[in-house]
Design a protein around this ligand. Sequence first.
Ligand SMILES: [Zn+2]
Length: 126
Amino acid sequence: MDIATTPPTERRKIALAAVKELGPQRTEKAITKVRCPKGHTLAAVYPTTAGKVIVSRSGPGGRGSRDREATPHNGTSLNSEFVDTLEATQFEDDAVPSGCACGPRTLSRKKIQDAVDTHEHVVTLT
Ligand SMILES: [Zn+2]
């Protein structure tokens, strides 16, 4: 996929399909995870056939104070998540919508890219 010439909506569809290919155990494959100060996972980056993809929880989820990564996901859980390739065109907003039980948050795509580039496995927000 050529990120520069692929429309964002199309790119997100490709990213979503690629993440689904990873299957239910995908959380084990995450390169980088973004967590809130309480340790909830806000977003994760996965290596896929479409390149590195961000999966971000959009909006507070009723998952309680313990974010159980091991809970099996069914295919539909991705519908409430923001899925996009890590790389985007320069014309796009840096903001990635996210959230956890603490409330909504906006993540910076650039910061997540930096974390992946520096092999930071877990990014904890302040
Ligand atoms: Zn939280």
